[in-house]
Design a protein around this ligand. Structure first.
Ligand code: BTN
Length: 247
């Protein structure tokens, strides 16, 4: 599968995902990408807001029309996390960790979030892959101050949005070509995530909270959680938090 990105740029949009979904429903081709300087209604996972002040982030969405079995679609966010991880290393020198399912962390703070949304369009089912990378934290709301970081805070240098975007487009094209080989994506993801195996975590899905130790990832991207009673629970949605053991 070859991806040929073509980028449309906007000064301001409610959300790059929403704009691209509109273009996709009009039949836009795979690889069409949208970048905005600011988003006025940026969206995160689990119906959260994604703070998107002007110039403070790379707000990016790309249209995918993957020809892979539906059960492997969760790996699209894994391949996106791998691409962002490569792009940040290439463009800024930063080494990132990946927190299940697809948050990129530097020094345990979030630097990038990924929101993949599947939609039905006339040419078939498509994915709007949205990526938000924090470039500066000048305009972070106070509640994010302790949990988020940015390229400029983590490197101590100016974040060059265009350099990061160029690296992201080529990394996405490389990883997208591997999507038909799920075991390669899962293995690469596990090798770059401190959350993949042996990490004591709490998982919350809104109603329930479980604690356990991570025990790898299934071929469809589900996180394996070993609980105190010795069973393995498969986690397919929710938030994962690292728990420091008291010993
Ligand atoms: C998360 O909750 O971690 C996912 C955040 C995804 C934010 C990006 S910014 C570009 C794209 N447009 C949106 O409205 N959201 C995604």
């Amino acid at each position: 599968m070859t991806l040929k990105p073509k980028v449309l740029r906007f000064e301001s949009l409610p959300s790059t995902n929403t704009e691209l979904a509109r273009l996709a429903s009009e039949g836009a081709a795979e690889g069409l990408a949208v970048v905005a300087d600011e988003q006025t209604a940026g969206r995160g996972r689990l119906q959260r807001e994604w703070s998107s002040p002007k110039g403070a982030g790379l707000y990016f969405s790309i249209l995918l029309r993957p020809k892979i079995p539906t059960e492997h679609w969760p790996l699209i966010t894994f391949m996106a996390a791998l691409a962002v991880s490569d792009a940040l290393t290439e463009a800024t020198g930063l080494q990132t960790d990946i927190k299940w399912p697809n948050d990129l962390l530097v020094n345990e703070r979030k630097i990038c979030g990924i929101l993949a949304e599947a939609i039905e369009t006339h040419p078939g089912r498509a994915v709007i892959l949205g990526i938000g990378i924090n470039l500066t934290q000048n305009a972070f709301p106070p509640e994010l101050a302790n949990v988020a970081t940015s390229v400029s805070a983590a490197t101590g240098a100016r974040a060059e949005r265009e350099t990061i975007l160029a690296a992201l487009l080529s990394a996405l094209s490389r990883w997208y070509a591997l999507l038909s080989e799920p075991e390669k994506i899962v293995a690469a993801w596990c090798s770059r995530s401190s959350y993949a195996d042996g990490k004591l975590v709490q998982v919350s899905n809104g109603d329930e909270v479980w604690q356990g130790t991570t025990r790898g990832v299934e071929r469809d991207g589900a996180l394996r959680l070993g609980t105190a009673s010795g069973e393995i629970r498969l986690v397919r949605a929710g938030d994962v938090y690292s728990v420091r053991s008291s010993s």
